[in-house]
Design a protein around this ligand. Sequence first.
Ligand code: ADP
Ligand code: ADP
Length: 224
Amino acid sequence: MELRIQHLSKKYANGVQALNDINLTIPAGMFGLLGPNGAGKSTLMRTLATLQDANSGTATLDKIDIRENKDQIRRVLGYLPQDFGLYPKVSAYDLLDHFALLKGLDNRKQRKEVVEALLHQTNLYKDRNKHLGGYSGGMRQRFGIAQALLGDPRLIIVDEPTAGLDPEERVRFHNLLSDIGSEKIVILSTHIVEDVSDLCNHMAVINQGSVVLTGQPLPLIEQI
Ligand code: ADP
Ligand code: ADP
């Protein structure tokens, strides 16, 4: 499995060049996209998640053009956006069940199994009937991962998932991500070096819309 980004550029209507000729080849495993605020990470994540179009260039998943095949890509995509909305008065169980139904899991029994397995995997099972409005930041992000994992996606995009988490919650979140599986592509955007050094097999550093370094985390992080 391979995600290939070639000459991807995006200029917003206000003149900001958010992406400037991005070229990256992302293999299966955990890939870290490290960069400061404003570097272009969310723009790139939204583009790969089919929610926004670049002005030029291409991104392909196993040679399938993402822009030209949005429906097909969405079927294999799990996306945790940076600021994902929660429904404060709904329980984790009910919301996950609802999203599972939307994903086409219309067999009740099967859906229950999938939802319960995800709640166990994200360590939220005992809090499954609590309203999401009462969840801590860490619990919310774990719920976001549960939601992103519905439908067994092959491409998982998580945008700044650990920003605002305390160290304990971050470790818990790292453990969850590291269990997801090496046969999928997981792209983790972050401005936190430890997210990448602890978790990722490959990484890129992005700054002002350009890739400034790519490779394996350990030797690279020593250069930063
Ligand atoms: P990051 O996720 O690394 O913080 P973003 O992709 O959000 O970076 O932003 C890159 C640049 O593009 C920033 O200068 C940001 O202000 C700008 N930007 C992001 N979204 C928009 C938008 N919808 N319209 C105009 N400018 C935007
Ligand atoms: P990020 O940390 O990803 O850069 P921001 O707080 O910059 O997040 O952006 C939040 C939202 O506002 C995003 O949807 C982004 O596209 C939009 N946005 C960011 N910068 C601008 C901008 N300069 N003009 C218009 N929209 C923007």
